[in-house]
Design a protein around this ligand. Structure first.
Ligand SMILES: Nc1ncnc2c1ncn2[C@@H]1O[C@H](COP(=O)(O)OP(=O)(O)O)[C@@H](O)[C@H]1O
Ligand SMILES: [Mg+2]
Length: 310
């Protein structure tokens, strides 16, 4: 397998409190994201998910450890890593097309206006906003604003898309539609994505692998769940897949109980450099490091399994 697109090596984040005591939000976090992979990070509020995403975006430094993108250490923001936040962060005085064009001209300042317009239109069409080009953010619904954010991020053709709970502020119907669109767009563009969510079903629908973080302080990656459902899944069919409930139950069980007990109940074999890789619903078992090394970027139906029930 080629080098991962993102390599996180032992990062930690610490803050000094008012009394001078240092609190550790998370530590010893190791993770790789392969080219073309869709990775979801799940964990309770406050465990440090947004902080990890900000570190990947180059918006804030880690207190320890290293993060590499394409083999180079991340030292600041880059147009190679586009971020989509929970709120849309559009420029209110610019139209839909103007917001996207702003990003595109930052990426390719040498392009003339017609080339920029043509390029933007492709991405406006991709997110189903055709016809809304001239509207300003105030005239758009929440779902449409998020679509503009997605189009803007994709239009600069980043190597990696970083999304922080991008659909959580939307109503359930709109959220479902945007999840389906994200699935389609990622299948079409083979976009590499790192996304934070606390919606278990969203993670199962979208992710190739789901990274589970324990509660803070001192949060860690407890394990990595490989999504063994077929890639051509849809929101309406996903629950009919035989592995759906085993995966879902595993995630819910983690969030409800194991995420907070992890530090006390951690198995002696736990190695933060190789968090256990699990495939709930499959029974074959291999030792974790061997399995971790052999997990394909796009897990096939018969993905190698790894143990790791506590
Ligand atoms: N600038 C800061 N100073 C002190 N603590 C911070 C700061 N930024 C974030 N934190 C703390 O770090 C923890 C993780 O925050 P965050 O990454 O936003 O978590 P999540 O996204 O998982 O909810 C929180 O407990 C938060 O209070
Ligand atoms: Mg957050």
């Amino acid at each position: 397998m080629s080098d991962p697109l993102i390599r996180i090596e032992g990062i930690a984040k610490r803050f000094a409190g008012r009394d001078g005591a240092v609190s550790t939000v998370f530590e010893d976090v190791h993770l790789s994201v392969e080219q073309g992979e869709f990775v979801c990070l799940i964990g309770h509020s406050g465990c440090g998910k947004t902080t990890i995403l900000n570190i990947l975006a180059g918006l804030e430094p880690a207190s320890g450890g290293y993060v590499f993108a394409g083999g180079r250490e991340i030292r600041g923001p880059s147009l190679d890593r586009a971020v989509i936040f929970q709120s849309h962060a559009l420029m209110p005085w610019l139209t839909v097309a103007g917001n996207i064009a702003f990003a595109v001209t930052s990426r390719w300042p040498e392009w003339d206006r017609s080339r920029v317009r043509e390029h933007c239109q492709q991405y406006i069409d991709l997110v189903n906003l055709t016809g809304a080009e001239k509207k300003r953010p105030a005239e758009l619904s929440g779902g449409m604003k998020q679509r503009v954010g997605i189009a803007r991020a994709l239009a600069i053709q980043p190597r990696m898309l970083l999304m922080d709970e991008p659909f959580s502020a939307l109503d359930a119907l709109t959220r479902g539609m945007l999840q389906e669109e994200a699935l389609r767009i990622c299948a079409e563009t083979r976009q590499t994505v790192f996304m934070i969510t606390h919606d278990v079903d969203e993670a199962i629908l979208l992710a190739d692998k789901i990274v589970l973080m324990t509660n803070g302080p001192g949060a860690r990656i407890a394990e990595i769940v490989v999504n063994t459902l077929p890639r051509d899944r849809s929101r309406h069919s996903v629950h009919k897949e035989p592995h759906y409930y085993p995966i879902r139950n595993h995630l819910v069980d983690f969030l409800v109980t194991r995420s907070r007990q992890f530090n006390e109940a951690r198995p002696a074999s736990y190695d933060p450099k190789h968090p256990p890789v699990v495939t709930p619903g499959l029974s074959e078992t291999l030792p974790a490091p061997a399995a971790a090394a052999s997990i394909p970027a796009r897990p096939a139906e018969k993905a190698v399994v790894v143990s790791l029930r506590h």
